[in-house]
Design a protein around this ligand. Structure first.
Ligand code: BV8
Length: 264
């Protein structure tokens, strides 16, 4: 990780009054939550996440898709926010007009203390029924770990809605589904008015979320990227910090505001 780049961009962070932090699956990788790029592990090795995260997959086999989300929820429940999530919360605490926009459906930003996370793609922990209108649904008791990790754990029948008896589905945005209007509008507004946008742990290929850093750049913001690999966003970034979220973000916060991120 290039420390001199961190020292170079730290004054930008310190001076910015309106900051947006855009995160993708990479910020949760060091918490042990696999990214979409990672091959699905174990039971799910022979599935493609982009095939499973669709209305068609749920319609065709609701038990398989519900089982996949139970497996993912269990992994997130076992995970802990990492130093990258904590650094994002420190930026929010330090810069009142800061906004966190995440593509992630885990709750690690919230568990790290973030208060403003806009979830463009929903949440693993907010199921709803497929009824029209959709009713929010309570999460059922999590299945035993040995069930989730076992072949029979692969298919788990989704619960039924207590209000209308329709199938309950994961409260996420699937491929081919529109994003929640309020979330997308808030994200575009924040990107359009910020001075600095940090793109962290995203490959920048899933739209319209991938448009957010590009909107900020077009509006004149400085876009910084934290990612160990090159991505589709490299072209719009003023600086690409080649490192992981849990390494770079705490270093950036310390360089900007001192070792605990709260001293001047
Ligand atoms: C829609 C929830 C229309 C579900 C997800 C142009 C415009 C609009 C749409 C499209 C378009 N072109 C194509 C589309 C369709 C599609 C799309 O973008 N497809 C892609 C594949 C080309 N988009 C859609 O379908 C969207 N809907 O447009 O609908 C519409 C409009 C109105 C009305 C009706 C319909 C919906 C997209 C949302 C899909 N849902 N998630 C679930 O989670 O199960 S997407 C899911 O995949 C994630 O949420 C995330 O967004 C994406 C994965 O991307 P990343 O987060 O970036 O993660 P990834 O694994 O790709 O990369 C990880 C990165 O981290 C890597 O760069 C890696 O190097 C880095 N990394 C690894 N370790 C670390 C690290 N970085 C830092 N630290 C580390 N330690």
């Amino acid at each position: 990780m290039e420390q001199e780049f961190v020292e170079r961009v730290a004054p930008l962070l310190r001076a910015a009054r309106r900051i947006v932090v855009c995160t993708g699956a990479g910020i949760s990788a060091e918490s042990g939550v696999p990214t979409f790029r990672d091959d699905l592990t174990g039971l799910w090795a022979r599935f493609d996440a982009q095939q499973l995260a669709t209305p068609e997959a749920f319609h065709a086999d609701p038990d398989l898709v519900w089982g996949w989300y139970e497996w993912r929820r269990a992994r997130v429940r076992r995970a802990r926010p990492n130093a990258g999530h904590l650094a994002v919360a420190a930026i929010e605490a330090r810069v009142p007009a800061s906004t966190v926009i995440t593509q992630n459906v885990d709750d690690l930003h919230e568990r790290a203390g973030s208060r403003t996370a806009i979830h463009l793609h929903g949440s693993l922990f907010a199921p709803r029924c497929v009824g029209v209108p959709a009713h929010p649904a309570a999460l059922p008791e999590p299945p035993d770990d040995e069930v989730i990790g076992s072949p029979e754990g692969r298919r788990i029948p989704p619960p039924r809605c207590a209000s209308c008896a329709a199938l309950v589905r994961p409260g996420v945005v699937w491929f081919g589904e529109g994003l929640p209007e309020a979330a997308l509008t808030a994200a575009v507004d924040a990107a359009t008015s910020c001075e600095l946008l940090l793109a962290v742990g995203t490959s920048g290929v899933v739209y319209p979320a991938a448009e957010i850093p590009r909107i900020a750049a077009r509006a004149g913001a400085t876009v910084l990227q934290v990612n160990p690999e090159p991505t589709a966003l490299d072209a719009v970034c003023a600086v690409n910090l080649r490192g992981t979220a849990a390494q770079v973000l705490p270093a950036l916060v310390a360089a900007a505001w001192g070792p605990d991120g709260h001293t001047a």
